[in-house]
Design a protein around this ligand. Sequence first.
Ligand SMILES: *[C@@H]1O[C@H](CO)[C@@H](O)[C@H](O)[C@H]1NC(C)=O
Ligand SMILES: *[C@@H]1O[C@H](CO)[C@@H](O)[C@H](O)[C@H]1NC(C)=O
Ligand SMILES: *[C@@H]1O[C@H](CO)[C@@H](O)[C@H](O)[C@H]1NC(C)=O
Ligand SMILES: *[C@@H]1O[C@H](CO)[C@@H](O)[C@H](O)[C@H]1NC(C)=O
Length: 438
Amino acid sequence: MRIHPKRITQRIIIILILFIAGHIFIKWNNISSENTAPYFKQLSGLRASQTVFIPTTIGITSSNITSVENGSAKIKHKILWPDKHYFNNDRIINQLNFKPNMSQSNSQVPLKTILLVTSRGHWNTQTFGQQTFLDQKCLVNTCALTKSREVISTADAVIIHQSSKIHWTKRPRDQIWILYMLESPENTVSLKPFGNVFNWTATYRHDSDIVTPYEKFVPYDENVKFLPQNKNYAVGKTKMVAWFASNCKTKNRRKEYALELAKYIHVDIYGHCGNLKCPKKDKDCLDVLNTDYKFYLSFENSNCRDYITEKFFINGLQHDVIPIVMGAAPEDYARAAPPHSFIHVDEFDSPEELAQYLHKLDKNDDLYNDYFRWKNTGTFINTYFWCRVCALLHETSRESQSYRDLEKWWRGDGVCIGKDNWRRKRRKSKYIVEDFLN
Ligand SMILES: *[C@@H]1O[C@H](CO)[C@@H](O)[C@H](O)[C@H]1NC(C)=O
Ligand SMILES: *[C@@H]1O[C@H](CO)[C@@H](O)[C@H](O)[C@H]1NC(C)=O
Ligand SMILES: *[C@@H]1O[C@H](CO)[C@@H](O)[C@H](O)[C@H]1NC(C)=O
Ligand SMILES: *[C@@H]1O[C@H](CO)[C@@H](O)[C@H](O)[C@H]1NC(C)=O
């Protein structure tokens, strides 16, 4: 499971405390003015997953988040929705900065009701009504969350997460149905029973309408990819590879890979798949990645497009260790990760070759430290999913849209590759959601 209730509670408490503290430092006015920093920047350090509070603004400007060459002119284009011309952009920053043209102030705009429907999924919030939007200081906060199914014929939006059955009768013409997915296609329900009901998608896939990555790295300055580091990340480390896993039988056969790798380099396996212990509730367990180990196996349970979880973003990148990744395709990691921050298993023909490379890095501190030069060049931001949903529900200029065959988009050929290697799987479809629009 991705987020434990305990962690959510901890996060909310930390966010609230830091938020109040932040208020003392930050002059909070005029948030919708074009010239001020994006409103969420001040909050960017306020993550439970982060130890450092960064109250100052970070170096992305809302004015030119997406600028593209068009002929000779560089045009500014603030895109909110998937568009094949901006395939690599997840539009999250644009959406966070988006304020629809509402003539009234927040307090006069009628609330948009959002119905949450799930049978076994989790929601990334524990408060309902308007509270979530107020707590998170959303730029647009005129929405209310509810789990009461009786509003189904009046709600402005219906979000469906891991639910296979839903009965509805009268669907209002302008009601938006949103598909919400956090787990990989190998662990989610079939979408076939739903037919063409969905208008928007909200998943970790970067061609979703509202992209919901596990974490998002944002550079402070687009032009500064690397910084000199004042430490040697190899010093004091006596162990080679660590792996933490509880689920040993997965389609991508990550355990078999790890065991094969262990024939050529020392691999310590914690959890059910090995004989070292690290209780899940012991948060300090992963500290050994900072001090003892040179490499960490950031192996997902599924090899699927864009499927990159906290195993990479938190356990890997947010420790002083080189993550060795298996899961999404190499280009997906490259799009989501800081430059030169990981090793993908598909860079090597076999676990044996990977081990040879790791031995080479072990013997050469300069090569090893090259994987850490991105540190301090950016931060992991809170992507404020609910704030973005709310703002976009108030956007009236988008033409109506709905998807067909989302099952094929979500789970079709080439999305997940089982135990195969991404190098042997050339992308067949354009993998862009426009192919599935009605
Ligand atoms: C944003 O605009 C500034 C000034 O026009 C420019 O120097 C910078 O490269 C732009 N950044 C991006 C990411 O396009
Ligand atoms: C580029 O400019 C042309 C003409 O102004 C316009 O039709 C086209 O849509 C633009 N392309 C993009 C990607 O914005
Ligand atoms: C916003 O809406 C008002 C009233 O509908 C209109 O007069 C104004 O031109 C709009 N502004 C923009 C930037 O679209
Ligand atoms: C949402 O999808 C439904 C079903 O396909 C469609 O009838 C409706 O027009 C769409 N609404 C909007 C606002 O996009």
